[in-house]
Unconditional design. Sequence first.
Length: 149
Amino acid sequence: MTHARWWAALALAIGLSGSLGAAADGRIFTRDDLAIGGTDPVAYFTEGEPVAGSPEFQWEWQNATWQFASAEHRDLFQADPEAYAPQYGGWCAWAAARGDAASTVPEAWKIVDDRLYLNYSHGIQRRWERDIPGFIEAADAHWPNIFGG
């Protein structure tokens, strides 16, 4: 994807972010009305990869529905959701570092210092990985104000 096309795609993602499921108070990114599009957040930590959750094992938290691959994962999340939920509400970590909100895909992820970070795409993930500490610092600074908060 060319640089210009990527920016156009990012602008579209930002423009559509509300319709993609931004919860104003919880600020959790959802797809198909599910946090992480139904991917089990605990599995990133226990399985080392994204794993589809199930409607059989779901829980409401921060105005979003979270799904899990097992009752055990659901229970772990319920006991300490902040430990397993992706940073920046599951919005793109690279975009947050730039002061923007962009959608994410479950496959573009990384755990850093026991925290889960998601990104818009594998390409953006590679950009983010060039300076993870710098991007996390910038995103932490921007995050409280991205949605006008």
